[in-house]
Write a protein that binds this ligand. Structure first.
Ligand code: PLP
Length: 457
């Protein structure tokens, strides 16, 4: 930090403060983790200075031999770890990985047949008329994905994201009674809508998905099955999710982030079968800027870590801890969406405490517990205020907390939420944003959280 401080002290201070914050708070954001020093150091070095558009064996720049080594090793680890035919490790984020995947499927399913029909090798060979037709076809495709309030992700065809502007989208939700994915309903929607891409994967669904059934549905309607395993990649890598619960053998294309349960650097990745490999490898410069060689190096290190037997123990503990946290919350009277969890996260319906997600998030943060608010299915408070708090265990499990520690975390969360009341808005009505946390609770809970974390520095 001293080197940074000599140039811009405010940035050095912010970095130092962030390290302190991350040490001192209960990090329960389901999409966060603590990357290892090896991962962080692989990222902070001179590889960052190299340009390497294209991919291994097809670069648009000279002097890429070390980047080739880095990218090849990262891809090899990814293939071996996940049992994938092909891996593409360049995407800069999960959104970018999804964009690469969408365009690979569009290239395979829409562009290639159009080129063939026109007897052209590449798009530049198309006549103006054929090109105009192809562009219309590319813009006229359909995607079926999980609804946002059931736990789906914005990049799965929702209007605020480019995927919603590229595709005509329809979503499947969850069963109103059980809160679970209803495969018959997905099948019915797929039969009626006939999407090009059926997308499975989620950010806030606390249960598991049967990808064999999803593939059967996709095959029946001629859709490509894409799975976005950004959230649960670590559980797949750690062999907690196998068989029908492992997306890689079932989906034609799988995307992920590398920084959540997988515990790598911030970034994304695409795994696919051989039929899509060529299209996926064109991700840069198709939709990605030049690759980040330093981040690919860190991905290689993280994937090597995930291939060690210890990572399987970690992944299992993430799930055991999530269950312990959920059970601890339920025992204290909290309401959970679907009544529990089978993966790394749980979704608390904080309307049971008379709060919005926004109020609960604020009160928890005051007490040193970092979470994020999240919509619950059919949320009456919408996506901004929400009625849910999402909690996840990847980060605290990395720190070494066990199931007993998780029970204490449940106790702290319940203490804060049951001693918080909604504030009053300017118009005298109950506010959805402001809240009042009983005097002394924030200090008392922060102190207990600090004691718990001190055992796991
Ligand atoms: N896909 C899913 C399922 C996610 O949960 C997220 C991140 O929250 C993303 C994609 C996007 O990842 P990134 O923030 O790296 O673009």
């Amino acid at each position: 930090l001293d080197v940074v401080r000599s140039v811009e002290p405010r940035i050095a201070d912010a970095i130092g403060a962030e390290i302190e914050d991350q040490r001192a708070s209960l990090k329960l954001i389901a999409s966060e983790n603590y990357a290892s020093p090896a991962v962080l150091l692989a990222m902070g070095n001179w590889l960052s200075d190299k340009y390497a558009e294209g991919t291994v064996g097809r670069r648009f720049y000279a002097g890429c031999r070390n980047v080739d080594t880095v990218e090849s090793i990262a891809a090899e680890h990814a293939r071996e770890l996940f049992g994938a035919q092909h891996a593409y490790v360049q995407p800069h984020s999960g959104i970018d990985a999804n964009l690469v995947a969408f365009w690979a499927v569009l290239a395979q399913r829409v562009e290639s047949p159009a080129l063939e029909r026109a007897g052209a090798r590449q798009v530049n060979d198309l006549s103006e008329e054929d090109w105009a037709t192809l562009r219309r076809e590319l813009g006229n495709q359909r995607m079926l994905g999980m609804s946002l309030d059931a736990g789906g992700h914005l990049t799965h065809g929702f209007r605020p994201n480019i995927s919603g502007k590229m595709f005509e989208q329809r979503s499947y939700g969850t069963d109103p009674e059980t809160g679970l994915v209803d495969y018959d309903a997905v099948r019915a929607a797929a039969r009626e809508f006939r999407p090009l891409i059926l997308i499975a994967g989620y950010s806030a669904y606390p249960r598991l998905i049967n990808f064999r059934i999803m593939r059967e549905i996709a095959d029946e309607v001629g859709a490509t099955l894409m799975v976005d395993m950004a959230h649960f990649a670590g559980l797949v890598a750690g062999k907690v999710l196998t068989g029908d619960l492992d997306p890689v053998p079932h989906a034609q294309i799988v995307t992920t982030t590398t920084h959540k349960s997988l515990r790598g650097p911030r970034g994304g990745m695409v795994l696919c079968d051989d039929s899509l490999a060529d299209q996926v490898d064109r991700g840069c410069p198709m939709v990605l800027g030049g690759p980040l060689p330093h981040v690919m190096a860190a991905k290689a290190v993280a994937l090597a870590e995930a291939r060690q037997p210890a990572f399987q123990g970690y992944a299992q503990r993430v799930v055991d801890n999530a269950r312990a946290l959920a059970e601890g919350l339920l025992r204290r009277g909290a309401r959970l969406v679907t009544g529990g969890t089978d993966n790394h996260l749980a979704l608390i319906d904080v309307s049971g405490y008379g709060l919005t997600g926004r109020q609960a998030e604020g009160a928890l943060l005051d007490a040193g517990i970092v979470t994020n608010r999240n919509a619950v299915p059919r949320d009456p408070n919408g996506a901004w205020y929400t009625s849910g708090i999402r909690v996840g265990t990847p980060a605290l499990t990395t720190r070494g907390l066990d199931t007993a520690g998780m029970d204490e975390v449940a106790e702290l969360i319940d203490t804060v939420l049951s001693r918080t009341t909604p504030g009053t808005a300017k118009n005298g009505k109950a506010s959805k944003a402001t809240y009042r946390l009983e005097e002394g609770v924030a200090d008392q809970v922060s102190k207990r959280a600090a004691d718990l974390l001190a055992k796991h520095p």
